[in-house]
Write a protein that binds this ligand. Sequence first.
Ligand SMILES: Cc1cc2nc3c(=O)[nH]c(=O)nc-3n(C[C@H](O)[C@H](O)[C@H](O)COP(=O)(O)OP(=O)(O)OC[C@H]3O[C@@H](n4cnc5c(N)ncnc54)[C@H](O)[C@@H]3O)c2cc1C
Length: 499
Amino acid sequence: MSDFDAIVIGAGNGGLTAAATLAKGGAKTLLLERHNVPGGCATSFCRGRFEFEVALHQLSGMGDEKFPGPLRSVLHGLDVLDRVEFIPMKNLYRLVIPGRLDIMLPADRNGTVEALQKRFPAESAKIREFYDLVYAFFNQLISVFYLRDPEASREKYPLYFKYALASSQEILDEYFTDPLLKLTVAAYWGYMGVPPRFLTFSDLAALIFAYIEFKPYHIRNGSQALSNALIETFMNNGGEVRFNCGAAKIGLRDGAVAEVVTDRGERLTTGCVVSNISTPVMYNELIGIESTPKEKYEEMRGSTIGPSSFTLYIGMDCTPAELGIGETTNFIAAHEDMDRAFTQMRDIDEPAMILVSCYNVSDPGASPDGTCQIAVVDLQYAEPWLAVPPSLYASEKYRYASKVLDLVERVFPGFRKHIEEIEVATPLTHIRYLGHPGGAFYGFDQYAKDSRLVNPPVQSIAGLFHAGSWAAEGGFQPSLTSGSSAGRAALKHIGKRGR
Ligand SMILES: Cc1cc2nc3c(=O)[nH]c(=O)nc-3n(C[C@H](O)[C@H](O)[C@H](O)COP(=O)(O)OP(=O)(O)OC[C@H]3O[C@@H](n4cnc5c(N)ncnc54)[C@H](O)[C@@H]3O)c2cc1C
């Protein structure tokens, strides 16, 4: 008899939904988390009178009660909807290139098309056609990929077969001429981490379709509220959690999961593990490369570690209106060249495109009265930060933070003088808190060859399941959803039925 039916390693989004699914399904489950709070990225921290949201800018896949998105049904199944308040945003984003472009796209198909047509009248007809293509294509993708139509064929789903793995850049080039328009349409590329040249059209269409149809959401009291609610479901259903307790090793017997050894040296027997940690750490360190099946090793060898970010968490001593901020989600780009912006993610010279989120616009209670909290995210790979000598790390961090603030100031003049609290995170900070290589919070780079359309993850070791951004794509919706799927698969493996 094992100590536990299942052990979940990591209490990020994917680990939490997996653990809650397992406990609800009647499995005796232990959740191990090396940090002292649940959530992974989905967490918050306090400085002065502010509680800062760490990661969530725009939650996808929720929808409302009348038109629920896929994530809403996952969270409904885990009993959290009555304990967490989801706040819809009216707009997708404002995008500014100082002095050259300033446009707001509403979270509504016609509204977005009309806003683009107004700003780019010469390409009016093509704008409407592009959004028609996105919708028609995405409906075909749902039938083929999600509903698994057994009669799927090139004749029945011509758009799917033509565009699914095509480079988004090719389609942007086919439809549009003005590079500013291409950037405006594809600004969400940062939510996947690779620019349109490398992003499949399936991914770009999914981002556009999902955020327009199901709307972007924020969570009242931040993503920590969702993490807390999920862990409550887990514990209310008999789950056991240990914080400040990491998994150090996974022991196999006859090629199947047999035990987990904690970083305190405790040996816990189980026939089932759900991993919410990075795949490289799982196989290189916890299982050991000598016990890793060849096909898993080959799969990992072909992948590259995705980006992390340089992030400023800022508490302001004034309201958003006093700063001229009227929108929650603001992209500010220094230029319109998305390939160059991707290259700039590998150096720490100049920010190319930043995301400035002001939570108080959609949730006035996001900070004390008369103040607001702002997160500024600049996607970056870890390499340039790993190359900074420790003696120069602090000065580099503040030098680069100042460059980022210069870009913010070009759109919101006077920003700096209202800063009351500021915390700066680099990719090294994300490495430290998440334990992932490169501090990569989207998992592996999402190149076309790594797309789940062609490359579904293989289950390589009996009793080992994967949840979270390293198993699915990065982001809240994919990681939460993948955890619930992993939890269901694990229940089947241990012979329990989900409730
Ligand atoms: C600054 C920032 C902005 C973002 N913006 C958005 C956004 O607007 N929208 C969106 O959808 N997504 C966004 N994301 C991405 C999103 O937050 C992540 O992709 C997602 O939360 C990852 O969830 P996960 O399940 O992979 O777990 P993770 O959050 O990666 O958590 C993994 C957990 O495992 C734990 N762990 C690691 N090793 C061990 C071990 N050996 N033993 C036990 N525990 C261990 C870690 O402590 C951590 O708690 C953002 C992320 C960041 C950092």
